[in-house]
Design a protein around this ligand. Sequence first.
Ligand SMILES: Cc1cc2nc3c(=O)[nH]c(=O)nc-3n(C[C@H](O)[C@H](O)[C@H](O)COP(=O)(O)OP(=O)(O)OC[C@H]3O[C@@H](n4cnc5c(N)ncnc54)[C@H](O)[C@@H]3O)c2cc1C
Length: 465
Amino acid sequence: MPTPFDAIIIGTGQAGPSLADRLSRAGMKVAVVERGLVGGTCVNTGCTPTKTMVASAYAAHLARRAADFGLALDGPVRVDMKRVKARKDAISGASRRSVEQWLRTMPNCTLYQGSARFRSPQEVSVGTATLLTAPRIFLNVGTRPRVPAMPGLDQVDYLTNSSLMNVDFLPPHLLIVGGSYVGLEFGQMFRRFGSEVTIIEMGPRLLQREDEDVSLAIQEIVEREGIHVRLNAECISAARQGSQIAVGLTCQTGVPSAIGTHLLLAVGRTPNTGDLGLDQAGVAQDKHGYIVVDDQLCTNVPGIWALGDCNGKGAFTHTAYNDFEIIAANLLDHEPRRVSDRIQAYALYIDPPLGRAGLTDAQVRATGKPALMAKRPMTRVARAVEKGETQGFMKVVVDRDSKQILGVALLGTGGDEAVHGVLDVMYAKAPYTLLQRAMHIHPTVSELIPTLLQDLKPLGGDPGA
Ligand SMILES: Cc1cc2nc3c(=O)[nH]c(=O)nc-3n(C[C@H](O)[C@H](O)[C@H](O)COP(=O)(O)OP(=O)(O)OC[C@H]3O[C@@H](n4cnc5c(N)ncnc54)[C@H](O)[C@@H]3O)c2cc1C
């Protein structure tokens, strides 16, 4: 006989534990199932450990630049990778233990450890011995690193963001396949730790979803630190070459290749839906395996919802957490919150960071709406000059007629924080003139946003402007 619950939550990523808390506080008896480390990707192999390591890399970088700030540090900067990893493990471990403790002590909640699989639309097995049933089932199963069908990959050892978490040594030359968020963050980090780094990207530029000026500025930033960037690598293959790894870059024979000692794959994610038995419940997936949901995160099967990365509607901790809020609002608060209410926002944690919200210039142009754009280099931001961190720029695009802000990119020191001032005005649907007239604190990066908005010009390529 299955053990009955009011709700079953599969996965303890960024949405599941918070949802368990809300449901259990509403008086429901909740089962939470986790087959890996409690806390999921962000806590164990994603945001928390990477940003902890980015902080170590930033400290190494600043130490090397000590003379720029009038400091004399004797001798070269030496990075102790064992201690970098130990610091990362301590911070990530504390976060994991805190989520686990929360779930284990949560009233009305039982944590099951094992792999969950549907047996019917209301029944889930955990491993071979446990069967649970509930009228409400929430899928928060996340994603894992995608391993591409790359010729020769079976002949070489490779790393992913997960296995890299166990690295406590300095790879002499790290080859990274993938020039997007994960590849760039690890690339700059390991360069600053002291590795040679080559980033190999199939497309014609890094970060292809961003505007070209953002991609080019980021390429310059990483190349200035000595990272090799190989673009247009249309036929990537791997081969062992003595004790090293050769990554072939083109389709021709006698191919130019990049030779390194270690290989990191950073080419996207695959949803953890293949072994969930979705067919037993009749839950629809798209062709990539993401669970199909509507604007309120309901699947096609009544009583089953999907939250977080596995529904393909977001790929961030904040989107997963927002999914929890949407489900809780609809189920418990009678507030019809929807995914389409949210504004796309994220950051890239290279140094300097990129804070982004809303549309890119290219997306704005595609709408055909008349728009205005302003751009300012970080060399003209006093706080950046004072900190000696003047790489990058800030730019904003507004709708010429409604005056609403359509998109913002802050590539510069503090850009990941300062972007929220603009994002909140976008949520308020207020005109940009409100922000233009706000008095901000000096000296900050945010203080230049009103000034930036004084400088709006028609967005090039906009026929209506
Ligand atoms: C290197 C890296 C850096 C990142 N940095 C950032 C960042 O700075 N900011 C940001 O917002 N996002 C970042 N992300 C993305 C972020 O980690 C994810 O968006 C977030 O963790 C998604 O959470 P989730 O709740 O969807 O699922 P996950 O956190 O992936 O959790 C899913 C859980 O479900 C479990 N599970 C899966 N299948 C089953 C099953 N059948 N039975 C039982 N349990 C199961 C898994 O073990 C896992 O614990 C980063 C990701 C990576 C890879």
